[in-house]
Ligand binder design. Structure first.
Ligand SMILES: C[S@@+](CC[C@H](N)C(=O)[O-])C[C@H]1O[C@@H](n2cnc3c(N)ncnc32)[C@H](O)[C@@H]1O
Length: 225
């Protein structure tokens, strides 16, 4: 039996999300389904990024959820993803809304940008599906300016592997999510400072009360690093 490489795993993951791209935004945890949900996420982005324009990278951007929120708030946003059909939807949404966010094919584990290029790296629901989250976190650290921050919207879903993930879940170290404190410790172990976890259990964010823990974990690259 030939060995499954990291590239094979990522292709299987991309196949999964390409297959789901056409109706991804219809999910209560994915799109913005009502005005209250939109206002809640806009407030979250404002709290995270502030008002001064930042260089923001959304890794595993999918249909552009966080990158579009950042662009709408006046930041210079780039989203990368490995699933072309998700990226196509992100580009369509940016065009429809007249937003200048850029969307490019790229690997969330190793984004192809110059070191120190970004003030803020964001992701939502991505680290759990990476074959090598350690590599990702090290690269994100390197891509941040001194004093920059990483912000991960994640959860501890305890999900059963299905579809494409049935065959590969055991090769994804954070599959199904982890408690926020564990992800915070993971960031701290890779040099991030002032790491904080904020629960995201407000039903308005998801249009329903979450059944499993959801949270935001933010960590900073030290100002002198
Ligand atoms: C659950 S979706 C989340 C999409 C988006 N962040 C959101 O919150 O709506 C996971 C996304 O991560 C992308 N992804 C998974 N592994 C990736 C990798 N190694 N590089 C880039 N994107 C990746 C998938 O293609 C998919 O679009």
């Amino acid at each position: 039996m030939p060995q499954t490489t990291a590239a094979d795993l990522k292709q299987i993951v991309a196949d999964h999300w390409n297959r789901r791209a056409s109706n991804f935004d219809e999910g209560a945890s994915h799109g913005l389904l009502n005005a209250e949900q939109a206002a809640s996420w806009r407030a979250l982005m404002r709290g995270l990024a502030g008002d001064a324009p930042l260089d923001v990278l959304d890794v595993g951007c999918g249909t552009g959820f966080l990158a579009l929120l950042a662009a709408e708030a006046g930041h210079r946003a780039i989203g990368i993803d490995m699933a072309d059909d998700m990226l196509a939807r992100a580009r369509d949404k940016a065009a429809q809304r007249g937003l200048a966010a850029m969307f490019e094919r790229g690997d969330a584990e190793a984004p192809d940008f110059a070191p120190g290029r970004f003030d803020l790296i964001v992701e939502r629901h991505v680290i759990w599906t990476l074959p090598d989250p350690t590599r990702a976190v090290k690269n994100w650290f390197a891509l941040l300016r001194a004093g920059g921050r990483v912000a991960l919207v994640e959860g501890d879903w305890d999900m059963a592997p299905k579809d494409e993930y049935a065959a590969i879940h055991s090769s994804l170290p954070l599959f199904g999510g982890v408690p926020g404190a564990e992800l915070a410790a993971f960031l701290a172990a890779h040099g991030f400072v002032s790491v904080e976890v904020t629960p995201l259990m407000d039903a308005a964010l998801w249009t329903e009360t979450p059944q499993h823990p959801r949270y935001l974990v933010v960590g900073g690259r030290p100002a002198h690093a």
